[in-house]
Write a protein that binds this ligand. Structure first.
Ligand code: URA
Length: 253
């Protein structure tokens, strides 16, 4: 019975316990009455000098002169509460010297646990996709290696979509990440990554497979492997995009 109950919870999407020790909520005291909120003074002036998270992100990212400094700047960036619920900051994996940099959306459960991007089920599919064009994360030849990161370095709870604010906060860090790694081209893996970095509202199925420019280099939006796991028929488009990527690499010096 207890096992069936647990299995049902897993089925419903519960994938972790929140506390180490169970709480007997029947034994808890009833919550004290809520204090009556004091209405704010009408048209209170904006707090002068209040930090603007996006401007601060620009300053922090610009001051990083190498990848280690950028990771440290992300770890020290105080404006995103996702860090409070995450286990690890997920910065990157693969080889920074790689000609191809892949940018995904945000860490999931496995990525949060291991501190590396794309190591769960979607990541395994991503590895198989690139293996099909003889590329892999740690390949000794930078022409066949991959460098991988995400828009968000922290896992959103229940793998919800990153909010517009979160995406805006981390965009300057990702753009700096591209500058510092300096790949020949960038793959924007999925809807969130493409929309955030290209600042477009066009859907991923429209823009995938077409070359854009990002941080002074070609960028290719592709369907996210998590989408491909749910829609296996779309692997045909993903394969076409991989061949397009391979052809582009041959044309670049
Ligand atoms: N999906 C992403 O976009 N990034 C990851 O790191 C894992 C899954």
């Amino acid at each position: 019975m207890a096992r069936a109950c647990l299995e049902w919870q897993v089925e419903m999407g519960v994938d972790e316990a929140i506390c180490d020790v169970p709480v007997n909520r029947y034994a808890l005291q009833p919550a004290p009455p809520k204090p009556v909120p004091i209405p704010a003074a009408p048209s209170a002036p904006a707090i002068v000098g209040a930090p603007d998270p996006v401007s601060e992100a620009h300053v922090a990212a610009a001051s990083a002169t190498d990848l280690a400094a950028l990771e440290a700047a992300l770890a020290a960036y105080p404006h995103c509460d996702l860090r409070l619920g995450a286990r690890n900051l997920v910065f990157s994996d693969g080889r920074p010297e790689a000609r191809v940099m892949i940018i995904g959306e945000a860490p999931g459960r496995e990525e949060d646990l291991q501190g590396k991007p794309f190591v769960g089920e979607a990541g395994q599919l991503l590895d198989r996709m690139f293996a099909a064009i003889t590329m892999q994360r740690d390949h000794p030849n930078p022409g066949r290696a991959l460098y991988i990161t995400n828009i968000l370095p922290w896992r959103p709870p229940q793998n919800r979509d990153p909010s517009a604010e979160e995406r805006a906060m981390f965009r300057p860090f990702v753009l700096r990440h591209i500058e510092l790694a300096d790949p020949d081209l960038v793959v924007l893996m999925g809807r969130i990554s493409s929309a955030t970095l290209l600042e477009t509202s066009e859907g991923i199925t429209r823009i995938r497979g077409k070359w854009h420019e990002l941080a002074g280099r070609p960028a290719l939006p592709m369907l996210h492997p998590a989408y491909l796991l749910r829609n296996p028929a779309a692997k045909r488009e993903a394969w076409a995009d991989l061949l397009e990527l391979q052809a582009k690499l041959r044309t670049l010096p």
